[in-house]
Design a protein. Structure first.
Length: 411
């Protein structure tokens, strides 16, 4: 069995090498068709990766946001909930311990505050965030002056970290370091500025961060805290979300139904669906070129059968079975299809290497790289095999039906 298969493969290689013109002609249509298909699939993969990168610059794809439901819809009417379940600092710490090694957990609430500096007759509005220090870890935040909040500040909460915009607004100068060590009024109390936040959108925003314990728990009920969990990877998002939901079901009134649990996977799914539709529609259109290439394979094989009629007759007269003849020509068709498809892959990627810089210059869009996934390569290989089998079956069966005597007598 193995010897027969090896013999057929060796004969196929010899035939393709002995008829280079036929081989090139049979591959030409496939090279062009597959090249077009590869360009479309590569463009789709590139757009998908580009979309992921753009989303990840503004949001964390690994983030899971848990917030208290304050309203609910009943028969199309929005009503305030009688009871609101909230996540406390102790809850966040327990969840953090439970999800250790799988996700990081942070807690925050927000409210608007007025900062009045009587000696300077200054009044500025800002957003105050009460946070656990792990929020800065999730933000990958850094300080330009002073330091950020740490866990020790939860027990000594009269500390604050402000944005650069707010620091410059309070000092009235470009020297933000003047504010370090200054006490500023926030709500009903004062907090000492220990650091200036650097980087991110907060540079231009009037925001101030204080320890989560700055306000009493009763005060935070007016602004229900938001729990933020960041999974270690995108693949861990759903498992982490399920574990959080299970914990809420066991420990909170109303279970996870009393909370809004949001992930950015929906945005990714929408983007992937759009790219998938694009690749499917354009793939079907370029698939016409692949079918034309398959017809070319069939035509060249039919011509090859006419030229090799005597060879087929001699093989059958010396013991070759119909199945052997069919396998020989099917193998040739599949080999031509795979080789043509691989050359088409090279052509398609080369085209994209030229096209992407042109697209960038014409649209002035941020650059995105050529992407060609393993799945796309798998599609190409499957298409090549199906084309070889689909368009090689008729020539192969026609060759197998030849009468040995008539074939040998053929001129």
């Amino acid at each position: 069995m193995w010897n027969r298969s090896i013999g057929i493969i060796a004969l196929t290689v010899q035939t393709l090498r002995s008829n280079p013109l036929h081989t090139v002609l049979s591959m030409l249509g496939l090279i062009i068709g597959v090249g077009a298909l590869v360009s479309i699939l590569s463009l789709g993969d590139s757009l998908e990766q580009y979309g992921r990168d753009q989303i990840s610059t503004t949001t964390s794809l690994e983030a899971i946001i848990v917030s208290s439901k304050t309203v609910e819809r009943v028969d199309g009417v929005t009503l305030e909930r009688d009871t609101i379940s909230t996540v406390s600092l102790d809850n966040a710490m327990r969840l953090s311990s439970m999800l250790e090694g799988q996700a990081q957990v942070a807690l925050r609430y927000s409210k608007n505050v007025e900062i009045e500096m009587p000696e300077d007759s200054l009044r500025a509005g800002a957003v105050m965030y009460g946070i656990t220090p792990s929020v800065f870890t999730l933000m990958e935040a850094e300080s330009s002056s002073g330091r950020l909040l740490n866990d020790n500040d939860l027990s000594s909460p009269s500390k604050a970290v402000v944005s650069r915009a707010l620091a410059q607004r309070i000092t009235g100068t470009g020297n933000e370091q003047e504010l370090i060590g200054t006490r500023i009024p926030l709500g009903d109390a004062e907090a000492e500025v220990i650091g200036i936040l650097s980087g991110g959108e907060e540079d231009e925003s009037m925001v101030v961060y204080v320890p989560f314990t700055y306000d009493s728990y009763e005060a935070t009920k007016e602004n229900p805290p938001t729990l933020i969990a960041k999974a270690n990877s995108v693949e861990d998002v759903n498992p982490v979300k399920e574990r959080i939901e299970a914990w809420l079901d066991e420990n909170k009134a109303g279970g996870h139904e009393a909370f809004n649990i949001f992930t950015y996977q929906a945005r990714i799914a929408q983007m992937e669906q759009g790219v998938r539709v694009f690749k499917l529609i354009m793939g079907l259109i370029t698939g016409i070129a692949v079918l034309v290439g398959g017809i070319g394979v069939m035509n060249v094989l039919l011509i090859s059968i006419t030229e090799r009629t005597r060879e087929i007759g001699i093989r059958k007269a010396t013991g070759a079975r119909k199945r052997d003849i069919v396998l020989q020509f099917l193998t040739e068709a599949i080999a031509v299809s795979i080789l043509g498809s691989l050359l088409g892959v090279v052509l398609g990627l080369a085209f994209m290497a030229v096209a992407l810089p042109v697209i960038k210059n014409l649209t002035e869009a941020p650059p995105f790289e050529i992407a060609f996934s393993i799945q796309s390569l798998g599609i190409i290989i499957v298409v090549a095999i199906l084309v070889g089998i689909g368009f090689g079956t008729y020539p192969a069966s026609r060759a197998a039906r030849l009468s040995p005597i008539d074939a040998i007598r053929h001129e």
